[in-house]
Design a protein around this ligand. Sequence first.
Ligand SMILES: Nc1ncnc2c1ncn2[C@@H]1O[C@H](COP(=O)(O)OP(=O)(O)O)[C@@H](O)[C@H]1O
Ligand SMILES: [Mg+2]
Length: 404
Amino acid sequence: MKDNSAMTILCMSSYEKGQEFMRQCKRDGCRVILLTSKSLENADWPKESIDEIFYIPDVNKEWNMRDVIYGVSFLSRTETIDRIVALDDYDVEKAAALREHLRCPGMGDTTARYFRDKLAMRTRAYEVGIPVPEFIHVLNYQRIKDYIKRVPFPYVVKPRLQAGAHGINKVHKEEELWKKLDALGDEQSFFLIERFVPGTIYHVDSIISENEVVFAIASQYGKPPMEVAHEGRVFTSTTIKYGSIDEKSLLDLNKKILHALGLLRGVSHTEFIKANADGKFYFLETSDRVGGANLAELIEAASGINLWAEWAKIEIGQGKKTYELPNVRKDYAGIITSLAKQEWPDLSSYNAAEVVWKMKLKYHAGMVVSSPSYERVKSLVENYTQRYYQDFFTPQPMHDKPTA
Ligand SMILES: Nc1ncnc2c1ncn2[C@@H]1O[C@H](COP(=O)(O)OP(=O)(O)O)[C@@H](O)[C@H]1O
Ligand SMILES: [Mg+2]
């Protein structure tokens, strides 16, 4: 292996994210190339840590794979690309396809599919005995009819790959389902149906080195993300109690699913539902990336671990250098974000000593609180959430999907 000073990392990010990943690569002496969307030319990229930026023409941040292959192949006339990393969910398959095309090491098409395709990840989870809401691919009508007989409504009809254009829809009865499928037409096979499981949604964010989960932290969303996205709500998430039974169950399931899907190294954001009906955890979805919606800030506030930077170290090390996790703090943290009616909402009266981060984004209010006390974090999150509704909240669906 080359030493880091000679290693060239190609970061693919169709969205504005992953700055800390690139900074870490630079700190570790890598040559950093960023491939991003043309429409993000003026985004806040850490230019001091990037050697070259290449822009791909995009329509709403969507790239044409042919453009990506042409662009990176052209680049390769003069660069030797050692690693390709997808920083956003939407880039995962493109990065895998590019690795296959250039014969570059790292996750290929088959494994990437498990981390992007909700049908593939569910099928695998089910095979290894992890509870999942009953699901069926929208493909064969007789099988769908059998499913309807077997599984009670309501259902959700959801895209296998977050296509963005078609979101997740809840359907309450059979006619409504067929109408929905009809409307999908030829897009049907890109969807799946699953039982809507009322409950609380949790996420486990982890770091994986050589197939082992070396760090994992479990948090609980306030309102379910679907309610936040569809109805407009204040979005919150809070670290769950260390050592609790729920924590143990979540960390065990997280390990099991990541092993089953074969994640060799990197980071993961994985979600579960705790069903109101039976108190059991059901696997919802996973990914091989840092969670969106500023969850990296939440996790750093609780643990001191910056997932972007750790991911960069693991990606650079490639298992050839033993990964060493920094010291983990066992504090608690909570995040509260919302769309705001004001262009620059005034957060100055949210001034508890526990406020460790504030969001700087137009028409958004957001902050992270942290404390060694679970009760303190919980009560601050509850209190601030109520105040957000008074001070900033505006009932429009979020632009960005909170969990994406
Ligand atoms: N089977 C289900 N039962 C209950 N709620 C669900 C179910 N599937 C999805 N949801 C709701 O929709 C949200 C988004 O679903 P998810 O599968 O995580 O897709 P996304 O990629 O959009 O995050 C979840 O956080 C949850 O609120
Ligand atoms: Mg989700």
